[in-house]
Design a protein around this ligand. Structure first.
Ligand SMILES: Cc1cc2nc3c(=O)[nH]c(=O)nc-3n(C[C@H](O)[C@H](O)[C@H](O)COP(=O)(O)OP(=O)(O)OC[C@H]3O[C@@H](n4cnc5c(N)ncnc54)[C@H](O)[C@@H]3O)c2cc1C
Length: 348
């Protein structure tokens, strides 16, 4: 019997399991290794922050999923890879050998005692519960996650009569897209204190500065870009300059190692944004190629779409929808997002 190890309960692995991909591996032992029993869905982080969704509504129970689909779940973290010996080591000291290994372990974040940890994603609820109640909450990073969480935390605070605003510091225009100006207006209208086009630095002493000015904070989220997981470099696997596992467009690192989601750099698309949308899109190709690799057949390439529908929750059950250069802000956008997110979670 062959063994496939799924490293990490990320989007690309789980979307394939939900789609019924495991039926293509009848004589194979599938082992999913992930450090928490629960995988949290970042598409609903803003709704959780605001108080719309409960913790149970935003997480997938990997233990229950393993029983439903007939695979083995190991709640632990992979700490080493022996690519020549085809085995992985987990933090308890156990090793697992594999015929095929697939990584979907996501990205990491800057570590500092002054920054609230939200990655891996099971750390998010605890961090956000204290952040949204904070005396002076500050978010650094004006990308989609920073904008969404600042608006969600603002909505929560308004609801709970916490009067001091959330500050959002962005080194560039918000989202750095054609919609920056409109989104800036939405943020200001909803009470977020936006500081744009200013680079914030966190000094070793824990002081946050912009130039010579000190920015006081009680709780700090740093959403200024993902960091590569350290696992690949530590295990001497080939990475790009930033430490992401280098795969080809077939999501293949080597004949027995595949990977998808935030943790990879695809050599043909090095600038591909790291988000859940692409991780889910890669799922189909990843699972197809795992099947083909097991059957020793030719692999298929991943072709990223150029544009996709994006909806940011802006608080109070309103959403900011973009598609290419089109944008719309209002209740309908949130209703569409809510329906998409619920459908995704119900698929498990
Ligand atoms: C606040 C916030 C909001 C966001 N909102 C959106 C959004 O609305 N839409 C969107 O498309 N993207 C969004 N993103 C980005 C999105 O969360 C990530 O791009 C996406 O989760 C990446 O999916 P993934 O499958 O690569 O990894 P993840 O979803 O991060 O999953 C990785 C899994 O691997 C596990 N793991 C980690 N290390 C190991 C290890 N060593 N061994 C075993 N398992 C391991 C983790 O515990 C986790 O279960 C948001 C991000 C943040 C921070």
């Amino acid at each position: 019997m062959n063994t496939i190890i799924l490293a990490g309960g990320g989007h690309a692995h789980l979307a394939g399991i939900a789609d019924g991909s495991l039926r293509h591996f009848p004589h194979t032992e599938i082992i999913l290794i992930s450090p928490s029993r629960y995988q949290y869905y970042s598409g609903m982080f803003s709704g959780f922050t605001e108080g719309i969704y409960s913790e149970n509504q935003i997480r997938i129970d990997l233990e229950a999923l393993s029983k439903k689909h007939g695979f083995t779940f190991v709640e632990d973290k992979i700490t080493g890879i022996d690519a020549d010996g085809k085995s992985v080591l987990i933090s308890s000291g156990r090793t697992f050998t594999y015929d095929l290994l697939s990584f979907d372990i996501g990205s990491s974040q800057i570590r500092s005692p002054f920054i609230l940890p939200i990655k891996p994603n099971y750390t998010f609820p605890e961090a956000i519960r204290s952040f949204r109640e904070g005396e002076r909450p500050v978010i650094v990073g004006g990308g989609a996650s920073g904008v969404e969480l600042s608006l969600a935390a603002s909505a929560y605070r308004k609801h709970n009569s916490l009067m001091r605003p959330v500050s959002l510091i962005s080194g560039v225009h918000l989202l750095s897209s054609a919609h920056s100006q409109k989104l800036h207006e939405v943020c200001e209208h909803k009470g977020v204190n936006v500081i744009q086009n200013k680079k914030a630095r966190l000094l070793d002493s824990g002081v946050l500065v912009i130039g010579d000015d000190q920015i006081p904070f009680s709780h700090l989220l740093w959403l200024g870009g993902a960091e590569a997981p350290s696992l690949f470099k530590q295990s001497s696997l080939a990475t790009d300059a930033n430490g992401y596992l280098q795969v080809d467009e077939r999501l293949r690192y080597s004949p027995s190692i595949f990977a998808a989601g935030d943790c990879v750099s695809i050599n043909r698309y090095p600038q591909l944004p790291k988000n859940g949308v692409y991780a889910v899109r890669q799922s189909t190709v990843l699972w197809e190629n795992l099947k083909r690799a097991a059957e020793k057949r030719d692999l298929v390439p991943f072709r990223p779409q150029k544009q996709f529908l994006a909806i940011l929750s802006t608080g109070g059950k309103e959403g900011f929808l973009t598609y290419g250069r089109i944008h719309y802000h209002g209740k309908t956008a949130w209703t569409i997002k809510h329906a998409i997110d619920r459908r995704y979670m119900n698929s498990f």
